[in-house]
Write a protein that binds this ligand. Sequence first.
Ligand code: ADP
Ligand code: MG
Length: 177
Amino acid sequence: MATTPDTAKPPTKPLSLPLYVRGTVVKGLGRGNKDLGIPTANLDDGAIASLPSDFDNGIYYGWASVDRTDVHKMVMSVGYNPHYGNRKKSMEAHLIHEFPEDFYGSELSIVVVDFLRDEKSFPSLEALIAAIHADINGASINLDRNDKYLKIKQSPFFQRETTKEEEGTTDAVPAST
Ligand code: ADP
Ligand code: MG
């Protein structure tokens, strides 16, 4: 009778989804843009360290906003980019949007809604690029057709905290006695 070996890989889908993460966009190794034509905004070490322990390396998708402006679809990789054999863990998001310029140093707010696949090495750069394009298409379709995901896009998490002055309101004047 077949038994499950102790070493069986646990399910990769983290229980901690959706996951809300905020961080600063830092310089990565510059490969996203240069090699692949797919820029990825890399998050700072503090954001990486804040990931829950069940958050396995892999490819995820969800929503992201730069400096709490518009919310865009995004595909994110967490891990060591085995295709390149990186030593340092990274967390990097490709936002499905054309930006007029880079946004290093900006605040990136991310909600990860689902897991797509494990990270892996590819036989060629072309195969890696094709896989990323498939990830982007799959993520985009899933985000559009799941009401639960569409609702997350409206989350207050993506909204800038407005000051009382901006809202045009002031604290209620206490009633005089
Ligand atoms: P690095 O290795 O420094 O992360 P990349 O080649 O991956 O360099 O490019 C990432 C940078 O490109 C981001 O930090 C951001 O400033 C910029 N960028 C422009 N458009 C996008 C986009 N659609 N998604 C993510 N980053 C983008
Ligand atoms: Mg990058």
